[in-house]
Design a protein around this ligand. Structure first.
Ligand code: PEP
Ligand code: MN
Length: 341
């Protein structure tokens, strides 16, 4: 069950509600969104207790409504909130905009970074993606520029002029990476790393949480709940393809599942990653157009100045030129679906 406080409810109203929940022997988790505070009641509520609790809390000062949620995700569920909007600099995610996050899979050199950043910015991307740490499937593949990469991004941040999204792989990295990047990404391979999820939940940066390779939507919701239950409401979910029996594409981009996630399951913004979702450059434009038409909140796409020389994920990266062409198509299509780019 969740108690949704009115926007502008006072601290004393919130703490009175909390105390009343605790007095009944339940644990409380609280989430402070931009618009309002949500107080979730954790624990098993007997069926005959449910309606009296709803009646009691609904009439308390500062309460907007009380909603029963029996799922193991209380704060992430759609019923917990009307809509989540996430602010990163001037960019607002989750409010009728299709936010394009583009850039190379991995940072390779200062020159490559600046060329990619200038290219995606000129084409109209809202944010730059760039991997500093790369959790690869095998140990002999390029693992990212790591500490040296942090220094490079730190030094060039001012010149880049776009908010930066980058992946973290260990809880100990949260503080340092939060000083350098604007959004922390949790990748498919770490999507169920509970220590990492909890630590970004205690952090100050918004989080892009990717769906794991073999993760159900229910499990993705529970991973997001780890972050929200630690106090960080700013989570963006990312569909990046899952493993199925079909091997023609690198992964199966589950647009139907992502649509279910967005329309039925959660109030959080949902973005689409057609690069990892298909693994094939030629399929990125069509998948992106489907994502715009599907009403999703944005795109995470790999763009490289020279994909044929990329140290990671070249075959699923657009050239800057192809990305520019895609952006101009999106600018024409998006208004039809009430989306701003
Ligand atoms: C990435 O975004 O480059 C990446 C490694 O993605 P995923 O975690 O979805 O494989
Ligand atoms: Mn990649």
């Amino acid at each position: 069950m969740v108690i949704i406080m009115r926007s502008g409810a006072s601290e004393s109203h919130i703490s009175t509600v909390r105390k009343e929940v605790e007095a009944r022997g339940f644990e409380v988790v609280e989430n402070r969104g931009k618009e309002n505070v949500v107080v979730a009641i954790i624990g098993i509520i007997d069926t005959n207790q449910r309606q009296p609790l709803i009646d009691h809390f609904s009439q308390m000062d500062g309460v907007e409504r009380v909603t029963p949620i029996t799922k193991p995700y209380k704060l992430t569920a759609k019923a917990a909130k009307i809509q989540t909007k996430i602010h990163v600099g001037d960019v607002e995610i989750g409010n009728g905009r299709f936010v394009v996050i583009a850039g190379p899979c991995a940072l390779e050199s200062p020159e490559q970074l600046m060329s990619a950043a200038a290219g995606v910015k000129a084409a109209g991307a809202a944010m730059l993606r760039v991997g500093i740490y790369k959790p690869r499937t095998g140990p002999y593949a390029f693992q990212g520029m790591e500490e040296e990469g942090i220094e490079i991004v730190h030094g060039l941040k001012g010149e880049i002029g776009l908010p930066i999204v980058s992946e973290i792989t260990r809880p100990q990295m949260v503080e340092k990476m939060s000083e350098v990047v604007d959004i922390l990404q949790i990748g498919a391979r770490n999507a169920q790393n509970s220590d990492l999820l909890k630590e970004v939940g205690r952090g100050v940066r918004p989080v892009v949480l990717k769906r794991g390779l073999s993760m159900t939507l229910d499990e993705l919701m529970q991973s997001a709940e780890y972050i929200l239950s630690e106090g960080n409401p700013n989570v963006i979910l990312c569909e990046r393809g899952i493993r199925t029996f079909e091997t023609a594409t690198r992964n199966t981009l589950d647009l139907g599942g992502a649509a279910y996630l967005k329309t039925v399951m959660t109030h959080l913004p949902v973005i689409i990653d057609p690069s990892h979702g298909t693994g094939i450059r030629e399929l990125i434009a069509i998948s992106t157009k489907m994502a715009v038409a599907g009403g999703f909140d944005g795109l995470l796409v790999e763009v490289h100045p020279k994909p044929w020389e990329a140290l990671c994920d070249g075959p699923q990266s657009l050239t800057i030129e192809k990305f520019g062409k895609l952006m101009s198509e999106l600018k024409r299509i998006a208004p039809v679906f009430d989306k701003a780019i």
